[in-house]
Design a protein around this ligand. Structure first.
Ligand code: SF4
Ligand code: SF4
Length: 363
């Protein structure tokens, strides 16, 4: 007989999720029959047993104070036996089993300044990254841009403006892309456009040259002696502005107030019943960083949303709509200029996209 494995007693990892499940989810685990949206921001789940659960979705600012978290916890205690969850797009969902408590909960959330919406054919909260709050690689802010965009698109969140299908927007503040930029209908991506500016007099005292050279995924960095200092040089045409070198060496400054900005991508999505997954493609190569309200980026996203809303068929996601009408028509309808920066994405992507994790260093 096989020996019983010893019970693991380390404190590594979170506690098992099962202990946090609402009793109705535990009881009907894996036996949910269907769901529907009885009103914007409320998803009703119906189990084979006939049990029902309502998810009430509210937007959060993602960066939350302890007061906000306490407020959500108090509301969950009052309306749904303490059960809530956060979605990957920074919504909070209250899991309600008593239908009579839905409207009072929505009213309280509204009173506290947290709108309910973002379900079905709508724009839900924008998944986004760290931005200027604390990431060293950021080519733009995250929460500031997202707040500006969502203030303008709010009617598509609360359902007062209609869309043909769900429209997911993502934001990442550099190409390392901690947000879901590749698979969202519209993506805003921070871009650097200049290779790192090297502080040669500091480099050798702030980091190790071999680790800086090996940090570069494209082999763009090589050792060099500059003005008598042991340092490095960057082959600029190989640099893809990833900030890996800046991560290991603060003397490789990448941030640049003039050349950093935003790009806009469209047409990404995960697979659904009709279509395989689609990668987003470049729509606008560069827009300036213009805090605190980023009017150029807000106007660009709003334009794409309005053209899509006015032309796509019911249930057609952004990428499916563009695939049907063709990219030339997309550029024509949106009035977006087709530039040389689009060529690689549209013509040569199949040959130039990295398809493996194998790194090659060559001259
Ligand atoms: S996307 Fe880039 S800049 Fe933004 S948090 Fe991630 S690594 Fe940092
Ligand atoms: S930013 Fe990235 S690609 Fe450019 S030199 Fe640094 S590590 Fe290499």
């Amino acid at each position: 007989m096989a020996a019983t494995p010893a019970k693991r007693t380390t404190d590594i990892g979170p506690p098992h999720f099962e202990q946090f499940l609402p009793p109705v989810i535990k009881k009907n685990y894996g036996k949910w029959k269907y769901h529907e949206i009885p009103r914007q921001g409320v998803l009703m789940h119906v189990a084979e047993s006939g049990d029902k659960l309502w998810s009430v979705r509210a937007a959060t600012p993602r960066l939350m104070s302890i007061e906000t978290i306490r407020l959500f916890a108090d509301l969950a205690d009052e309306f749904c036996d303490g059960h809530l969850r956060f979605t990957s797009r920074n919504n909070v969902e209250f899991l309600v089993v008593d239908e009579a408590k839905i409207e009072p909960l929505i009213a309280r959330l509204k009173k506290e300044g947290y709108p309910v919406g973002g379900m079905g054919a709508s724009i839900t909260n924008i998944v986004h990254t760290q931005g200027w709050v604390h990431c060293h690689s950021a080519a733009s802010d995250a929460s500031g841009v997202v707040k500006s965009v969502m203030d303008e698109l709010f009617p598509y969140f609360d359902g007062s403006q209609k869309l043909p299908a769900k429209l997911r927007i993502a934001f990442a503040c550099c190409l390392n892309m901690c947000g879901a930029v590749h698979c969202s209908d519209i993506a805003i991506l921070g871009v650097h456009r200049r290779a790192p500016a090297i502080k040669h007099e500091l480099l050798n005292s702030q980091c190790e040259i071999p680790s800086t050279v090996s940090a570069c995924p494209t082999g763009a960095i090589r050792p060099a002696k500059v003005d008598g200092h042991d340092s490095v040089e960057v082959i600029e045409e190989r640099c893809m502005f990833c900030a890996n070198c800046y991560t290991v060496c603060p003397a490789m400054t990448l941030n640049d107030p003039v050349n950093d900005g935003l790009s806009i991508w469209v047409g990404g999505k995960v697979s659904n019943a009709r279509h395989e997954p689609m990668f987003s493609k470049l729509a606008i190569p560069f827009l300036p960083n213009n805090p605190p309200r980023w009017p150029e980026a807000v106007a660009a996203v709003k334009n794409i949303v309005e053209v899509y809303a006015g032309h796509a068929r019911k249930y057609e996601r952004m990428g499916e709509w563009i695939e049907r009408i063709g990219w030339p028509q997309f550029f024509k309808l949106t009035g977006i200029e087709f530039t040389k920066y689009h060529i690689d994405d549209f013509k040569h992507a199949g040959e130039t996209f990295r398809r493996s994790l194998h790194f090659r260093h060559s001259e």
